[in-house]
Ligand binder design. Structure first.
Ligand code: NAD
Length: 331
């Protein structure tokens, strides 16, 4: 069978090609993202494989069906960029990789906390320039601090376990409790209380309910100097409100692996161009903001799991079998 893989990066070739050969799938790699313009590139293919910034709206669904596509395989966990209602209407089957390596994202969130707190990124540069001064590098112990977690699914639960290991008090908010982490000592509290923690980390999906969860009103409920970490989706945060909070010192540290307007920026080398996004430019100018370009998932283990599970999902849907992981089928 044929598969067109959009937003292809060199590492996608490395992990997908051998697995596809074994599975008898021929992949056509497209570097471009899938959207209304590029959907025209799809011909003679039963399945398309998309990533976090491909836009699968109703018009794209119609174009895909007209080109003979029957399966949309997300090679990620989040699916906010696919219009599931439209996919259902056009009888497109949609699958994702619900839990390829929750540790990869949870560990990156912890890396952001440690970097922002202990300023190892600054120390690295200083020492290389023979500046051995410690001024400005003061951190705090994580031990004994309260960490607030929004969303305790696969990634949030993993994040909670790591922070419990640091000796933190972990409080959480979720619309569905996870008894396994409650047993480990995580306490579920209302969202308002989670927002009062020393560190707040977001691990819920982007939905209409969570869009701009962090906004002017919720920022006003936070402790002055809070550390806010977002490895989930950019749209959870109202970036303009966060910039105001950074200017006022309400946010003491900000770690973001995702950005509301990342679609035309992240996963690309734009180092020879002027950055036209003034919001991202402003964010980058704060000394207490750490931005990574959607790399939390980027480990060898995660890429291997993403490739093998995506291809298994496609074969299973193509053969009309039920997938082993029911949660992998979206429609
Ligand atoms: P998951 O589905 O296992 O867990 C999500 C949790 O959020 C669930 O427990 C759910 O009940 C909870 N939730 C849903 N709506 C909520 C709300 N309104 N308020 C509070 N909690 C709510 O998903 P996961 O695998 O843990 O992934 C979480 C998110 O992380 C994904 O949706 C995706 O956006 C993001 N992600 C980012 C990267 C990255 O590289 N940065 C990689 C993978 C996933």
């Amino acid at each position: 069978m044929n598969l067109t893989l959009f937003s292809a990066q060199p590492y996608d070739h490395i992990y997908f090609t051998p697995a596809a050969e074994k599975a008898g799938i021929t992949i056509q790699y497209q570097e471009m993202p899938l959207n209304e313009t590029t959907a025209a590139l799809v011909t003679e293919t039963e399945a398309v494989c998309v990533f976090v910034n491909d836009q699968v709206n109703e018009k794209v669904c119609a174009q895909l069906v007209a080109a003979g596509v029957r399966i949309i395989a997300l090679r990620c966990a989040g699916f906010n960029n696919v219009n599931l209602e439209a996919a259902k209407k056009y009888q497109l089957r949609v699958c994702r990789v619900p839990a390829y390596s929750p540790e990869s994202v949870a560990e990156h969130a912890v890396a952001m906390i440690l970097t922002l707190n202990r300023k190892t990124h600054k120390a690295y540069n200083r020492v290389r320039e023979q500046n051995y001064s410690l001024n400005g590098l003061l951190g705090f112990n994580l031990f004994g601090k309260t960490v607030g977690v929004v969303g305790t699914g696969n990634i949030g639960a993993c994040f909670c376990k790591i922070l419990l290991g640091f000796g933190c008090k972990v409080i959480a908010y979720d619309i569905a409790k996870n008894p396994a982490i409650e047993k480990m000592g995580v306490e579920y509290v209302p969202l308002e209380e989670v927002l009062k923690a020393t560190i707040v980390s977001l691990h819920c999906p982007l939905t209409p309910q969570t869009h701009h969860l962090i906004n002017e009103q919720t920022l006003a409920q936070m402790q002055p100097g809070v550390m806010l970490i977002n490895t989930s989706r950019g749209g959870l945060i109202d970036t303009k409100a966060v910039i105001q909070a950074l200017k006022k010192g309400v946010i003491g540290y900000l770690g973001m692996d995702v950005y509301e307007q990342e679609e035309n920026l992240f996963f690309k080398d734009l180092s020879n161009r002027l950055l036209e996004d003034e919001t991202l430019q402003r964010l980058s100018s704060f000394h207490n903001v750490l931005i990574t370009a959607h790399q939390a998932f980027f480990t060898k283990e995660a890429l291997h799991e993403i490739a093998t599970t995506t291809l298994k999902n496609i074969i299973s849907l193509n053969n009309d079998h039920n997938l082993p992981l029911q949660a992998a089928i979206l429609v």
